[in-house]
Design a protein around this ligand. Sequence first.
Ligand SMILES: Cc1cc2nc3c(=O)[nH]c(=O)nc-3n(C[C@H](O)[C@H](O)[C@H](O)COP(=O)(O)OP(=O)(O)OC[C@H]3O[C@@H](n4cnc5c(N)ncnc54)[C@H](O)[C@@H]3O)c2cc1C
Length: 376
Amino acid sequence: MASVGKVLVVGGGIAGLTTAVALRRRGIAVDVAEIQPHWSVLGVGISLTGPTLRALQSIGLIDDCVAVSFGFDRIVFADAAGRQFGALNLPKLCGADYPATVAIARRALHEVLVGAADRLGATIALGTTVTALDQRADGVTVTFSDGRHGSYDVVVGCDGFHSVVRALAFGDGPDASFTGLAVWRATMPRHADVQSMQMFYGPNVKAGVNPHSRDEMFLFLVQPIRDGGRLPPDRMHLLLAEQLVDFSGDVMEHARAHITDPAKVDYRPMNAFLLPPPWHRGRVVVIGDAAHTTTPHLATGAGIAIEDAVVLAELLAGEGPVADALARFSERRFARCKLVVDTAVKLGEMEKDTSIPIQAHFDLMGQTFRKLAEPI
Ligand SMILES: Cc1cc2nc3c(=O)[nH]c(=O)nc-3n(C[C@H](O)[C@H](O)[C@H](O)COP(=O)(O)OP(=O)(O)OC[C@H]3O[C@@H](n4cnc5c(N)ncnc54)[C@H](O)[C@@H]3O)c2cc1C
C-alpha cells in the first residue's frame, strides 16, 4: 500500500499543473492552491524540447500538446542579415510520429495542463496560498490564506522563483544571481519562411523567432544589461525596435514591422538559481523554478520542471517511507537540473564576449542536448 494518499500542490504554473496530472495518473488525491484569483498566463510562446515532450508523453499529454503547437526538427542559425550559416538537428525522442521539438503558446499549454488536471479530478483553488506549514511525523497541517486548514501527506512547492513554500520550509531566501542579461519577447503573425526556430547573431545582441502555431510566432532578443530596473511601459515597443537596427532580411524586417503595441512586448531581466540538495524538508518539497531557475538559453526551464513533476509522482507512488522517496527525488534530479542551469548561464556569458566564436556556442548547445536526451 502506498504511503502517500493526498498531496497539496502550491502554485498552478507549469510545474504545479503537471504535478497534479502526474499524481492523479497514479491515483493520488491532489489539491492545487494557486495565488492568482483568475488564471493569467503570458501571451507569448515557449519551446518544449525532445526530453520535455518525452516527459509529457509519459503522462499522456503529448498528443494534446502537439495538436495545439508547431513542430520542428532543427534550429537554424543566421547572421544579422538573415544569411543562414548553420543548423542544429534536434533528436526525435518520442518516436517517428512526433516532432523533435515544438513551440507552443503558453496559454495553449496552460489549457492542456489545466484541462487534464481538472478531468483527472485534481481540486484547484484559485486566489489561495499557504500561510503556515506545520510538520508532523505522519503529515503536514497546512493553514491557507482564507483561514482554512488541511492535512496532507506531502506538500509540493511549485510556486516559482519567489517561492513562499521554500521560505516557510527552508527558512532562507534564494541565493540568486542576476545574469546581466534581459530577454525581450513579442508575439506576431508567423512569417511564411519561419518553419522552425531561427536565431540571428547580430554584432551586439542575439535575436530569434519561434513559430508557436500555424498563424503566430514570437520574437525573442537577449540583451546585456547593467541592472534589472524597470523600463517605461509606454515605450517598450520602441525600445525593442531600437535593438533590432542591426538586423535585416525578410524575417527580421517582418518582425520589426509588427512591434507596434507596447502592451504586447514582454521584457525580463534574468536570474539564475539552484537550490542545494536536498530539495525537501520533512514532507515539504520544492520543484520547478522554486528549486532551479534558469535562463532560456536551452529552452529547458519548463522542461526540467515538467520532468521534476513526472519523477516526483513516480517516487511518491512507490512503496516505502516518504522520507526515502523525497531523498531519492533530489538525488535523481539535481545533476540534470544543475547541467541545465550552469550551461544556460555559461551560454549567456559567452554571448557577452563577442571574441568567442559562434561555433563554440553551437558545440556547447549540441553537447548539452545530447546529454539531456539520456533517460531521466
Ligand atoms: C524569457 C523566458 C523564456 C523561457 N522560455 C522557455 C522555453 O522556451 N522552454 C522552457 O522549457 N522554459 C522556458 N522558460 C522557463 C520557464 O518559463 C520556467 O522554467 C517555468 O515557467 C517554471 O514553471 P513553474 O511552474 O516552476 O514556475 P512559475 O511559472 O513561476 O509558476 C509559479 C505558479 O505559482 C503561483 N504562485 C506564486 N506564488 C504563489 C504562492 N505563494 N501561493 C500559491 N501560488 C503561487 C504563480 O501564480 C504561478 O502560477 C523561459 C523563461 C523565461 C523567463
